[in-house]
Design a protein around this ligand. Sequence first.
Ligand code: ZN
Ligand code: ZN
Length: 271
Amino acid sequence: MLGSGSPNAEADRVSSGLAVAVDGRPYLVDCGHGIVQRVVQARAKDLITWDTTDLDRLFVTHLHADHTVGIPDLLYTPWIHGRETPVDVYGPAGLDHMLDHIQLAYAENIREHRSAHPSTEQGYRAAAHEVQAGLVYQDERIEVHALPADHGDLAAFSYKFVTPNGTIVVSGDAKPVAQFADWARGCDLLIHEVYSARQLPDRPPAWREYHSRAHTSTRELAALANDIRPSRLLLYHQLFWGLRPQELVAEITSEYDGNVVSTADLDVFEL
Ligand SMILES: [Zn+2]
Ligand SMILES: [Zn+2]
């Protein structure tokens, strides 16, 4: 887990981002603020065997800023570190437009860096792959499947990573959809967003309405987990609204008897 937080900047959590690593190869899911820095920290602490220069595949759940604002950092910082390959980015419609405009915004940086410094030819480039439901990526280590998610008026996906060691499902930002439980059933890790059902009544009415419509409460997640029965349920994109992590977990475990973890940045989970 690289970023376990939400759009609300928090002292000890950056926004959304995690890596699924197979045989020392990272597959990044979302890239909010601070994600590249978290990779540098994880490397310095020997939590991972790969490095920023290995970041060349990104799966974007949706285009909200807390999931994408780190993309310029992902394109240009590992380039300085010597990455030689372009970044393949998978995600919903609008991704191609976003990536084109990021490169335009940083055109002066790219021009100067290429002319004045030793730099690789491809390492800052990005290739957009706008995906539909179903199998969206496959190589010798991994299959990645996408399921359309309900996140209000924004195209969004949940992703399922099928690896030789097990299956990992990442919700992205989502209100539960009918097919999700069947699609995710029996996975090894269910990494799911959540907000506190207990604290929701204290939110301003407009936010209460929005979160009820576009996100998943602890009660809804407990019901989902009872249906899916993952080996472990990992909470991320957590809206605590003043609760401590164990209190958020307790809201779920009062209705679900499985293993539930409130993740923190730099947590590592092995299959
Ligand atoms: Zn969102
Ligand atoms: Zn979000």
